[in-house]
Ligand binder design. Sequence first.
Ligand SMILES: Cc1ncc(COP(=O)(O)O)c(C=O)c1O
Length: 475
Amino acid sequence: MKSEAAGDMSAEEFRRYGHMVVDRIARYLEEVERSPVLSRAAPGEIRASLPKAAPRAGEGMHDILADFETKILPGITHWNHPGFMAYFAITGSGPGILGEMLTAGLNVNGMLWRGSPAATELEEVTLDWLRQLMGLPNPLFGEITDTASSSTLYALAAAREFAAINPPEIGTAVRPLRVYASSEAHSSVDKAVMTLGLGAAGIRHIPVDDSFRMRADLLAAAIAEDRAGGARPIAVVGTVGTTGTTAIDPIPEIADICERERLWLHVDASYAGVAAIVPEKRHVLAGVERAHSLVVNPHKWLFVPIDCSVLYTREPDALKAAFSLPLEILRTPEPGVTNLMDYGMSLGRRFRALKLWFVLRYFGEDGLAARLREHMRLAQIVARWAEQSAAFELCAPVEFSTVVFRYNLPGAEPEAANAANAKLLRLVNESGEVFLSGTKIRGVQVLRLTIGNLRTTEQHVLRALELLERTAEDI
Ligand SMILES: Cc1ncc(COP(=O)(O)O)c(C=O)c1O
């Protein structure tokens, strides 16, 4: 029973339940495949199973853990399941989980260097390692944020500073600011523009070519048109690995335009950037060395438990200008140190570098490259299957570990074909064995199968294809 007196759980109790929790996590990872990958909980079911208010008296860990088993786990969609092939699949790897546990134990706040010198300096070191692994130029300032959405928001805030805009002008009709991204760019770019107060017209979506890559000629034309119309272009966001089809925008051509027009170039490589760790894939980041900022997410496809996004910039002063305030209470005497609170919106920051360090050291460059390469090999198996199958068709080039395809219904009306593909997706996901996602590309319903979990093997992928074929036949 928990004591009513002041103070924390005793070390002895912590040790006892800590061992139990570690054992539980290990068993979870071993057995995760036995659970349906997509939770079968009905909306509101989990909430209804829980008390409406917190307990008055403390409860024992035994009871809390028992409720975790019976009330929480049924409402879990298993992102660590080898059949999780939806959105961008991720892995909470063993070393990453262990790093995360130590981060919780230390519970440091890395807002200032003195808040824990190791938190700041390990972040600097791991991000320099990652920079080298990806073949990025030196020097490059890096910081860890929670998500790519925050990283892109920060990058565009820096871009605005870089353009030396007077804040009172922002959002007015006098000189509306403008950011450019392809029509396939992630919605986080739109959200960043909204958050920065640039208004709905603050973002202009540039059409893409047949391979879903931004049309650089149309970007140049849009910038010229906006300047002629009195708007002020400030930044372009290029994507390496778009969400829908993992297309790569023509970054070198976009960089040419940005240099000519003196615009900030931000590259969103949050999913695919880490592919550059694989030597034969280095080319996917061609031109990125000319970007002012770049986001990559180790929590997407580098086996680091969520959350861990990395923002790199070669203009840290612009980033600092966007977020730094002289605050007396936070003034520190140490010379020459980086206080990471000066480079983003939040003051407090988790010690996320620890889990990234664990992952980089445990797998090493060769181990990471081998795993990423294997995921891309598995994706090629799916791509060949879709190309060769009479019933399915491949809908986009496959550069990374994501395959976009659809069930082919020759002669069917577009709406009927879309409905059939949506039904196929629903039925396959109901199997509990796999979880795929769908999206619409130019109005056409497609399915996406993405590999990013370290537990996913060729056998799992072949089983997914078998399920797709069998379910399609039934439809
Ligand atoms: C290309 C791209 N950019 C940004 C994001 C947003 O990532 P986050 O969830 O880390 O904000 C995603 C999410 O899938 C994405 O695919």
